[in-house]
Ligand binder design. Structure first.
Ligand SMILES: Nc1ncnc2c1ncn2[C@@H]1O[C@H](COP(=O)(O)OP(=O)(O)OP(=O)(O)O)[C@@H](O)[C@H]1O
Ligand SMILES: [Mg+2]
Length: 517
């Protein structure tokens, strides 16, 4: 472990750092988010920045990019101090940040997005041809498969991210920060991104890479720096990196087994039964049952229809056919409100668009569904509502200064926990979870696993959509696999032995049918 006070290890690159952040301190309303943080980055390295949710990673990078101004500390670029007071200064110094949430204008073209705010001109007029040409050159160097004139809304998430990378490269980026860039990408798209990162690194660009995924850090990083509770803990060189060490640095204590919550299966009565449900497009007529106390994993490739199926059950999208029964009683769910009223909860995949009310306080976000339920029942018990919000914050270990802080000011992973807290507050009988641990750090992940297991123990029927196979395998009593809008396989049930990553993938990709025939 190296700190800035000690000499660098022999195998560290011997070059002037392209970036040094020294003694950075940042407070929000008096509460420190960063305290005296140091970070040293060399040209041509991929430097992973790790730490639990709320550790201060995004805040540190926003300071680097000029989106926030530090209360104390210095930033040195190529051995020269630089006073970064605004995003323009950072950009001119070759610093670009690709945010945790993408930052493109969907209705504009790729070229327009790339040159927004720095348009090329010929005299008074926009040099559209020049911008198009330059955009095409950068896109080609990235190996992008779309054109400068394509409208951004027609691109996939991965491609939109490439537009952001292209925008940075056109500015002659020397330091490129990527904040959880793979959170919304498929495996294939992630591989593609890694190829791009390798290429950028060989061009001498320094990449600061924020991720909670250990395997990505292994695959990419030359060095890792760790933050904990707003403090710089230390850095490791590639050969020093091990999961145990990183976890120890991030959480400050060794951690036990990740999936220690594997339980003996004793599923109860059928709680939820779905017959023939379909949206006439992405979900073919589908049947499924969920039993009390059961965690059912819903696996499949991106685009298989898992999110669509859960949204149909919850009443978030209109169905063209199908019936839903709760404890044998036929329900008439026409909207999420109907589902909530009978105790069906749904934690959506996209916490920003569908989940949280970002402007609202964290506390209000937690009690929102309770209020809806209480209002339907005709009484709101404010005393219990406040207590529940406090308890939820404690149970889920949500890091926030107080319940009044706006949801938008929480770190990404804590927003995810906030959303979960909202649904736990209504004491659901059925809980539909879509990618419940996306963007969540490993400590919080294991907390969320514990919470899901506890809910199941209390008799809640859980349906969990997840693309992380270890999570599906580790947590599920039964696994349903979807492909092209249909349930094509079921694993587990009486015994969990058949629940393996290989078996899931065989169904998800259709390989099982090839071998069977
Ligand atoms: N604009 C803001 N106002 C108030 N508090 C903030 C603001 N931005 C960040 N914070 C607080 O600063 C702390 C650090 O947040 P930050 O987003 O940097 O964490 P992070 O390490 O990126 O976490 P994650 O892995 O969850 O994305 C958190 O406690 C967060 O609530
Ligand atoms: Mg963050």
């Amino acid at each position: 472990m190296t700190t800035n006070q000690q000499p660098l290890p022999l195998d560290a690159p011997i070059a002037t750092p392209v970036l040094e952040m020294r003694g950075i301190t940042k407070r929000f309303n008096g509460v420190p988010a960063l305290q005296n943080v140091n970070l040293t980055i060399y040209p041509g390295e991929v430097h992973a920045l790790m730490g639990e949710n709320g550790a201060g990673k995004s805040t540190l990078m926003k300071i680097l990019a000029g989106a926030y101004i530090a209360d104390e500390g210095e930033i040195w670029i190529n051995g020269q101090p630089l006073n970064i007071t605004d995003p323009g200064t950072a950009r001119r110094a070759g610093i670009n940040l690709i945010y945790q949430e993408l930052n493109v204008a969907p209705n504009l073209t790729v070229a327009e997005n790339m040159f927004m705010g720095s348009e090329l001109r010929q005299g008074q007029l926009l040099d559209r041809e020049g911008m198009r040409r330059e955009a095409a050159r950068v896109l080609q160097s990235l190996g992008a498969s779309f054109a400068p004139d394509d409208v951004v809304s027609s691109l996939s998430i991965a491609e939109q991210q490439q537009v952001e990378i292209a925008r940075a490269l056109k500015d002659n980026s020397r330091i490129l920060v990527m904040d959880e860039p793979t959170a919304a990408l498929s495996d294939r798209e992630t591989e593609r991104l890694f190829e791009v990162i390798h290429k950028l690194r060989s061009d001498g660009i320094a990449i600061i890479y924020i991720s909670h995924r250990m395997e990505e850090v292994y695959a990419l990083a030359n060095r890792v720096s760790v933050l904990r509770d707003g403090q710089y803990i230390g850095s490791l060189d590639r050969h020093e990196i091990s999961p145990e060490r990183l976890v120890q640095m991030m959480v400050g204590r060794p951690m036990q087994d990740f999936y220690e919550h594997q339980r003996q299966t004793a599923p109860g009565e059928v709680v939820l039964e779905v017959r023939n449900i379909s949206d006439g497009r992405k979900v073919q007529p589908t049947n499924l049952v969920l039993r009390a106390g059961e965690i059912v994993g819903l696996a499949g490739l991106v685009g298989a229809g898992r999110t669509e199926l859960s949204r149909l059950i919850f009443g978030a999208d209109p169905k063209v056919s199908g019936e839903v029964f709760l404890n044998g009683q036929k329900l008439n769910i026409r909207s999420p409100g109907d589902a909530i009223a009978v105790g069906i909860g749904y934690v959506p995949e996209d916490r920003k668009d569908q989940g949280l009310f970002l402007e609202m306080s964290s506390g209000k976000n937690i009690i929102l569904n309770m209020l809806k339920q209480d209002a339907k029942a005709g009484v709101i018990n404010w005393g219990s509502v406040g207590k529940i919000a406090k308890n939820a914050v404690q149970d889920l270990n949500i890091r926030l200064a107080n319940l009044e802080i706006r949801a938008m000011d929480l770190s990404g992973g804590n927003q995810q926990k906030l959303l979960l807290a909202r649904w736990l507050a209504i004491k659901p009988r059925v809980l539909l979870l879509d990618e419940p641990t996306r963007g969540v750090d490993i400590g919080a992940k294991s907390e969320i696993y514990r919470i899901i297991s506890d809910l199941a123990k209390q008799g809640v029927a859980v349906l969990m959509v997840s693309s992380e196979l270890p999570e599906v395998v580790g947590l599920s009593d039964r696994v349903l696999v979807m492909r092209e809008g249909q349930l094509v396989g079921e694993l587990g049930g009486s015994t969990r032995q058949s629940i393996t990553q290989e078996n899931i993938m065989a169904y998800a990709t259709g390989a099982s049918e090839v071998t069977a025939s």
